[in-house]
Design a protein around this ligand. Structure first.
Ligand code: ATP
Ligand code: MG
Length: 190
């Protein structure tokens, strides 16, 4: 079972992924975490990624897909029970590329879990996280930019996956446990 966890910045993708990997034994690929790790290690990818992340912009699709495919191939053994894609795809082009990358590996996406949260709550959560995350992109100006990028480039993916019959809308507001229960309900009914 391969899942995409989808939603705006601050919608709780990382938090809910932690619970999902535990319950279903999935392998977690968070592209944000992968990129931050490259930045920390000072790799060539990291240097490029930092330029975009610090401005709240997306890393170019081609580069992102290349990085993603490398992570998949380096973790074949860990991914036997499936993968949870967190923060990827973020554009229609990435979704098309993901389909191809998975097909080459005899894999496919089973469902897209869409965490739906009101915009004012997103901003509140991200500012709160910025106080202790130390993340360069969790400040008000960059948060606003990221939300705009989400609306323009990522949100159209909702309709893309609805058309594929894969999108499962989840109310992403409430307690972490309540939200997780809603996700389990959706995933167990696939
Ligand atoms: P959440 O809070 O729900 O975990 P997020 O948007 O705050 O989500 P990340 O997913 O960690 O944070 O992404 C941080 C940044 O990394 C993005 O703003 C973008 O610059 C870059 N990034 C991550 N994934 C992608 C991707 N698939 N394509 C392009 N850029 C990406
Ligand atoms: Mg995250």
């Amino acid at each position: 079972m391969n899942l995409v966890i989808f939603g705006a910045p601050g919608s709780g993708k990382g938090t809910q992924s932690e619970f999902l990997i535990e319950k279903y034994g999935l392998f977690h690929i968070s592209t944000g975490d992968v990129l931050r790790d490259h930045i920390k290690r000072g790799t060539e990818y990291g240097k490029i990624a930092n330029e975009y992340i610090s401005k709240g912009l997306l890393i170019p699709d081609e580069l992102m897909v290349q990085i993603l495919a490398a992570v998949l191939d380096a973790n074949k053994d860990n991914a036997e029970k499936g993968v949870i894609f967190d923060g990827f795809p973020r554009t229609i082009a990435q979704a098309e590329a993901l389909k191809a990358v998975l097909a080459e590996r005899n894999m496919e996406i089973g469902a897209v879990v869409g965490l739906e949260v009101h915009e004012d709550e997103l901003v509140e959560r991200l500012i709160k996280r910025g106080k202790d995350s130390g993340r360069a992109d969790d400040n008000l100006e960059t948060i606003k930019q990221r939300l705009e990028v989400y609306h323009n480039q990522t949100k159209p993916l909702q309709d893309y996956y609805i058309a594929e019959g894969k999108y499962r809308a989840i109310n992403g507001q409430g307690s972490i446990d309540e939200i997780f229960a809603r996700i389990i309900d959706a995933v167990d009914n696939l």
